[in-house]
Write a protein of this length. Structure first.
Lengths: 192, 192
DNA sequence: CTCGATTGTCTAGCAGTGCTAGGATCGAAG
DNA sequence: CTTCGATCCTAGCACTGCTAGACAATCGAG
């Protein structure tokens, strides 16, 4: 029995190694550089080993995305917990979101841009994704305003943050005005 | 001379053929299906012909993007011109933007998601892209509010629209509430 | 302790990708 | 009619994600 347990543990370790290596490689050189050959060489196994853990490359991206979503939710909760007052909390939330996207571009892409084979906005949406949305909702429902559905408001606020994150990183928006855009966003959208 | 002119004309025709074929193929089967082999077969030339017109696949995507940006700018101007009153105009602008993204997903991706090798937010940004932003600015500067930089406001509004467009199309936002989100966006962001 | 069976891993290869070198072909100019 | 340059295609390169089949290590039964 103990032997089987050890093997299971080693297998789980290797699966984590694959995910973290894929993530590192993606952050260092972009997702284009995350080929099955590069990845297998970095983990010091052959390519077929990858396919004994994941159905294919998209599932590896999906695993990175789930890990990232968990971290994003935690980062959002940490930022809002440290802020005092509703306005400061929403500002902190927005900054934390954009900071996460800026500092983990590859992970952010895995969650929201790339096809990781993940379901969204349906029954079987993975838990980390629902939780990240919940983390947004927790702080935003307090500033949605009367008669406005909190979920709808959160969706809109989230969309705005997502647009700022992607357009900024793609070089479509000048990065130096980021803070002013966040202030304007919160001042207009949030009802304090 | 006339012979050379005819050849130049035929060359220009073929270049347009490549771009429109790439666009059609992308809208029908997604950009993944736009391979140099598929594309060359559809235009009934061999692959190297593509490379006599464009440096590579990314430049073809870029050409589709520029064509799309021109149409987007025209669609935005047509929608705002037909609307009366500042609020109706901004609503029409937002709807037109999201409609364009919904009805031309591949083109929208070419402009804003994919790497078409285009420069943004810098000196040598291609004219169609600057013009599309200008079309947004024309209607939005009137509702930016006092003391708010019109360009910054437009960037924020645009980012919100972009977020709504991409998240909706990726299945991250339920599509049936699109109109309500647009109304909320305009009610909150625009100062009438 | 030995010996099949099972598990785990790797080598080698497939079909597809973007892109290109070099030869064949064709039409205009002399 | 010949020459020569532009035009186009065939064939192939290095790469991609993915997989079949061979091989070796390990396990359990006798």
């Amino acid at each position: 029995m103990s032997v089987q347990e050890r093997k299971q543990r080693e297998r789980a370790d290797r699966e984590r190694l694959i995910v973290t290596t894929a993530r590192e490689l993606a952050e260092q050189q972009g997702w284009d550089a995350v080929t099955t050959r590069q990845l297998s060489e970095r983990i010091e196994y052959s390519q077929p080993v990858l396919y004994s853990h994941f159905r294919g490359k998209r599932e590896i991206i999906g695993a990175v995305a789930l890990q990232g979503a968990t971290e994003l939710a935690a980062a959002l909760r940490a930022a809002t917990a440290a802020a005092h007052g509703p306005r400061a909390r929403v500002i902190a939330l927005a900054r934390a979101y954009l900071d996460f996207a800026a500092h983990n571009p590859a992970v952010y892409d895995a969650i929201f841009q790339l096809d990781g084979g993940l379901a969204f906005a349906v029954e079987d949406t993975p838990e980390p994704l629902k939780d990240a949305f919940a983390a947004l909702l927790e702080s935003l429902e307090q500033v949605a305003g009367d008669g406005v559905h909190p979920g709808l408001f959160t969706e809109l606020f989230w969309a705005a943050l997502h647009g700022l994150a992607t357009l900024t990183r793609a070089g479509r928006l000048p990065p130096q005005d980021a803070d002013r855009r966040v202030e304007l966003l919160v001042n207009r959208l949030a009802i304090l």
